[in-house]
Design a protein. Sequence first.
Length: 150
Amino acid sequence: MKYIEDIDLGDEFGPVQIEVRPDDVIDFCKTWIRDEENSKNIFNAAPTRFTDEEFAKSEGLPGAIVPGIMSMAYLARLLNTAWPDGTITQLDVVFRQLVLHNQTINLVGVVTDTVSDDSENYIECDVYIENNEGSRLVGGKARLNIPTKH
């Protein structure tokens, strides 16, 4: 278990390296595109900019892209890997560039603030997704409640 007392300003975490595979994006879309009221999947496998290279190119994109909500899920995965006993209470992101299929991405973060007092214990972090060339594709800020030793 990692405690708030063990975390310092400037601590880096990651990188977590992920190969973005088209099948993973399709599986994500199948889970994401649901009729929650009837609790059933409504993903119809029709080509979209998220699932099909040629369709994405017909819309002027360089290729099939990862949905923004999936990029956020990747960053949540980074945070949960670094602090499995923490609770993510905030995750805000800015989409700077497209996250494309068939590329390796790196998930990286750094602690920018720690707060530990009688009422709460949390950290704030900068998190981002970068490609192998080092370009930041998605950047954001996160806040996690972290347990204390006391």
